[in-house]
Design a protein around this ligand. Structure first.
Ligand code: IMP
Ligand code: MG
Length: 188
């Protein structure tokens, strides 16, 4: 049985709450702020969140990949960079979940290093607060998770599967086994 973590209704109310706050916080910025979606997991959340922001915004996307190294360290690589100059603008990085925080910290550092944003704010549907290793905080959070659950749906994947499910859930082991077999035998 799937364990429900956030229903569609709960996702929309989180988007409304965060959208209202972003609207208030950035209403007086001189330059139009830019929401940057972290591909691929952050895309469904960003697409719903923007509907609840009632000031002009711009959008862009960025993508990293992360590999487990031989030690506990991880190598993070930039796969897709921004497409235009964001100098002087407030940036909000929008991701699905912040776990160890290494990916988000890498992105914040990358953007400060190569662009000249006014400031960078962070937004995630989930904040796994007890898994944090990197020194990074989530400014706008949909739901704080104290337990380390493996989430799927609404952008969150298991070997790229489940991103299209409209709610967030914890799959059971039987279901994960079926997906693994499917990927192995169908050679997708
Ligand atoms: P971090 O660098 O450890 O914070 O990892 C963040 C990234 O790992 C997220 O953007 C997700 O792509 C992925 N991730 C972390 N936790 C989960 C999960 O529970 N389900 C699916 N993907 C996850
Ligand atoms: Mg992600």
């Amino acid at each position: 049985m799937r364990e429900m973590v956030l229903t569609e209704e709960q996702i929309y109310s989180a988007c409304e709450r965060i959208g209202d706050r972003i609207t208030e916080d950035l209403r007086n910025d001189e330059r139009i702020p830019v929401l940057i979606g972290v591909m691929k997991g952050g895309v469904p959340f960003m697409m719903d969140l923007i509907k609840y922001i009632n000031i002009p915004i711009m959008m862009d996307f960025i993508q990293v990949s992360s590999y487990s190294g031989t030690s506990r360290s991880r190598e993070i690589k930039l796969v897709k960079d921004l497409t235009y100059d964001i100098e002087g603008r407030t940036i909000i990085l929008v991701d699905d979940v912040v776990d160890s925080g290494h990916s988000l910290l890498y992105l914040v550092n990358h953007i400060y290093e190569h662009y000249k944003p006014k400031k960078i704010l962070t937004c995630a549907l989930f904040d796994k607060v007890n898994a944090r290793e990197a020194d990074i905080k989530v400014d706008y959070c949909g739901k704080i998770l104290n337990e380390n659950k493996f989430l799927c749906g609404y952008g969150l994947d298991y070997y790229e599967v489940y991103r299209n499910v409209p709610y967030v859930f914890v799959p059971d082991t039987e279901e994960l086994g079926e997906i693994e077999n499917y990927l192995r035998f169908k050679k997708e």
